[in-house]
Design a protein around this ligand. Structure first.
Ligand code: HEC
Ligand code: HEC
Length: 164
């Protein structure tokens, strides 16, 4: 067999094998998976941190940002969100252990806001002022207004519904 033809057949075989193993689709979703809500959240994370807004996946901020947020819950974006010392320590540990590790998400955004991160602004640059101002959206922090699976850390197009 000629070397060129052999190489071609080998790559075809490889592609077919990857598809049959379901690997090509998992490669395509690799970036999305990086934001998934990890299992094992402390109870208070669901009952407290998800009571005023979307349960933000720890993967959306670097560990240093989560540390600062948990160290000043008494001054939480204009509110007092203080919890017991034990709950605070549990949530802080879980958030920091599961924080973003991918390089472009390691930026510590202004005010430790996900919505102030460069990647966030880039992904949302095509959204109009009218959409942001829609009462069903209210704030860019309100991920779940558009991303129906935001509390699971899923932001792919399949789970997107922009309020009109
Ligand atoms: C009493 C209500 C309340 C509780 C409880 C609360 N938050 Fe918040 N949080 C807010 C408000 C209000 C904002 C600002 C939202 C806005 O600007 O639209 C905010 C913003 C945030 C942001 C920044 C979002 C952005 O704009 O990128 C993070 C991260 C966050 N909260 C994490 C937490 C965590 C972790 C907990 C649990 C320890 C928690 N919050 C508990 C009210 C709350
Ligand atoms: C007003 C609706 C709206 C809100 C609110 C919103 N998003 Fe989005 N988001 C979008 C749209 C639309 C896209 C797709 C952009 C594109 O494909 O051009 C997007 C894209 C994304 C992406 C990239 C898609 C991917 O597959 O990785 C991520 C991540 C994301 N959003 C996270 C968030 C987070 C986190 C929040 C809350 C802090 C949020 N979004 C709030 C509408 C919204």
């Amino acid at each position: 067999m000629k070397p060129l033809l052999k190489a071609h057949l080998t790559s075809q075989f490889l592609a077919a094998t990857l598809v049959s193993l379901g690997l090509s689709s998992s490669l395509a979703w690799a970036d999305g998976d990086l934001k998934r809500m990890p299992a094992g959240a402390p109870k208070a994370f669901q009952s407290e941190c998800a009571s005023c807004h979307t349960a933000y996946s720890p993967k959306l901020l670097p560990a240093a940002s989560w540390g600062r947020i948990m160290d000043k819950l008494d001054k939480h974006y204009g509110l007092n969100a203080t919890l017991s010392a034990e709950e605070t320590a549990d949530i802080k540990r879980w958030l920091m252990d599961n924080a973003a590790t991918k390089s472009k998400r390691l930026e510590e955004p202004p005010q430790d806001r996900i919505t102030e991160a460069a990647w966030f602004k880039k992904e949302h640059r095509r959204i109009s002022q009218t959409t942001w101002a829609n009462p069903a959206v209210k704030s860019p922090s309100n991920c779940a207004a558009c991303h129906t699976q935001a509390d699971k850390g899923r932001f792919d197009d399949d789970n997107l519904r922009i309020p009109r």
